[in-house]
Design a protein around this ligand. Structure first.
Ligand SMILES: [Zn+2]
Length: 126
């Protein structure tokens, strides 16, 4: 089985993936840096009263944010590994080609639109 993607299309997707990976890397490190600074300021300013519930909530939001980033980073990393294989660009569920336009928007997409939306609505299509 050979991929429907040309070498040029592949190169473009690879560049896109690498760009996104760099952006996410930057975002995650900025985020962590910012959190440390905010945490430090709080520790200094708010030593005298108990704001533990608020702090716990902030931490949850922070963690949710970086979860999404790290999740995407993982997807991108896997896509960069797969991009040279023959089945890159094929839907992992039905095996159909994922249209290049979809891959351009989401280079780490694993499924075609039909399979993806089936997954998002499991109750309608068990
Ligand atoms: Zn599919």
């Amino acid at each position: 089985m050979s991929s429907h993607l040309s070498a040029g299309q592949r190169a473009l997707l690879r560049a896109e993936l690498e760009l996104r990976r760099n952006q996410l890397d930057k975002q995650i490190s900025l985020h962590q840096e910012g959190r440390t600074r905010v945490q430090h300021a709080r520790d200094v300013l708010e030593r005298d009263y108990d704001d533990a519930p608020q702090r716990a909530m902030d931490r949850e939001v922070d963690m949710a944010l970086s979860d999404i980033d790290s999740q995407e980073l993982g997807l991108i990393g896997r896509a960069l590994v797969r991009i040279d294989s023959e089945d890159f660009g094929a839907c992992s569920d039905c095996g159909n080609d994922i249209p290049f336009d979809r891959l351009k928007a989401e280079p780490f997409a694993l499924r075609c639109v039909a399979c993806e939306s089936r997954r998002e609505q499991p109750s309608r299509n068990p």
